[in-house]
Design a binder for this molecule. Structure first.
Ligand SMILES: Nc1ncnc2c1ncn2[C@@H]1O[C@H](COP(=O)(O)OP(=O)(O)OP(=O)(O)O)[C@@H](O)[C@H]1O
Ligand SMILES: [Mg+2]
Length: 324
């Protein structure tokens, strides 16, 4: 089966007062039909901008997709007129945003917001849309959905709002869902419930998922494929069991070693306590390989030339001079 999503050499830049930020810098990625692709990487490495690029929602200015192709079911999303894209968003591709509050409208009742999506994309009557909206709220585990549908976003807890977001994202049975840190802001038990929910709906609806998360445990559990990003690059991508059992890129190796174990608590946002150095400033990147100043296995060639993403075994690619 052809991949549901294929990203080829995608670059998305921001023009800032201090220079051009290459938030996404020549990214290649592939999501197979029915799979979940987990994307990991430090804060600021370009995960959200990548997802926004697929949705064609990068704020412009200052942002701009400068090159590449985003093939969704074989068609290049970047070639579509905006009007066509509006029909695709929410209907064939949907996104759960990192901050649920920013994507729910505070002045409308949540039931009406879910119903509006259905009315718009599925052409349902108001009554039908309302009925389906309540069903969706029930499906995502909101208790007493008929009553809660009349709530405004601020009347709900963070976990409940996230469920509303998922209900909206899945209400039109999209072919592809982009979930940007869907559980990071939630406590652990609710995190598990939300992930179970996404998995269940995925089985039921057949949606393919791109799951962005800081939590490698979540990727191990929920994804079939994984990609690791660093400073706008995908440095490694492959089947999840390969990435976890035999990571190739020194950065991936560092991430794997930083998974918290009993007796050791992770620093900061979960990992990187074992990778020396800090998140790179995208305006002051080293020449050649962007990771070289933090890399334990750096070689002279790393300063001279950028490595390319190369396939090492079928479906497992790495961007590192060690493997050339
Ligand atoms: N509107 C903007 N204007 C300028 N720079 C931006 C803008 N949006 C994002 N960036 C820059 O693009 C880079 C990637 O940001 P992005 O939000 O994609 O990171 P992320 O991987 O999602 O991080 P996090 O894990 O914290 O969510 C960052 O350096 C960020 O500063
Ligand atoms: Mg983000």
């Amino acid at each position: 089966m052809p991949p549901i999503l294929q990203i080829k050499n995608l670059s998305t830049h921001f023009e800032t007062a201090r220079g051009t930020v290459k938030a996404v810098d020549g990214v290649d990625l592939c999501v197979n039909e029915g799979d979940t692709l987990g994307i990991a990487g430090e804060s600021g490495c370009g995960k959200t901008v990548l997802a926004l690029s697929v949705m064609r929602l990068v704020p412009r200015p200052p942002g701009r997709i400068v090159s590449g192709r985003i093939l969704f079911e074989g068609e290049d999303l970047l070639a579509f007129p905006e009007e066509e894209m509006r029909r695709i968003r929410g209907k064939r591709i949907s996104m759960i945003f990192q901050e649920p509050m920013s994507s729910l409208n505070p002045v409308f009742r949540i039931g009406d917001q879910v119903a509006e999506t259905l009315r718009l994309h599925e052409g349902l009557s108001s009554a039908e849309a309302h009925h389906r909206a309540v069903e969706m709220l029930r499906l995502v585990g909101i208790p007493a959905p008929e009553t809660r549908a009349r709530d405004y976003p601020h009347q709900m807890s963070g976990g409940m709002r996230q469920r509303v977001m998922i209900a909206m994202a899945l209400s039109c049975r999209p072919r592809l869902m982009l979930a940007d840190e869907p559980t990071t802001a939630l406590d652990v038990t609710i995190q598990a419930q939300i992930l179970e929910l996404i998995q269940g709906l995925k089985r039921e609806v057949g949606t393919s998922v791109v799951l962005i998360t800081h939590d490698l445990g979540v990727i191990a559990e929920a994804a079939q494929a994984a990609a690791v990003m660093y400073a706008g690059w995908v440095v490694e991508q492959g089947p999840v069991e390969r990435i976890f059992s035999s990571p190739l890129h020194p950065y991936t190796v560092g991430l794997m070693n930083s998974i918290p174990r009993i007796g050791r608590r992770p620093a900061g946002n979960g990992y990187l306590n074992v990778i020396p150095g800090t998140i790179p400033n995208l305006l002051e990147l080293p020449s050649g390989c962007k990771f070289r100043d933090r890399c334990a296995r750096v070689m002279p060639v790393c300063a001279e030339k950028k490595p390319a993403l190369l396939e090492k075994t079928p479906g497992h690619s790495v961007r590192c001079w060690l493997y050339v």
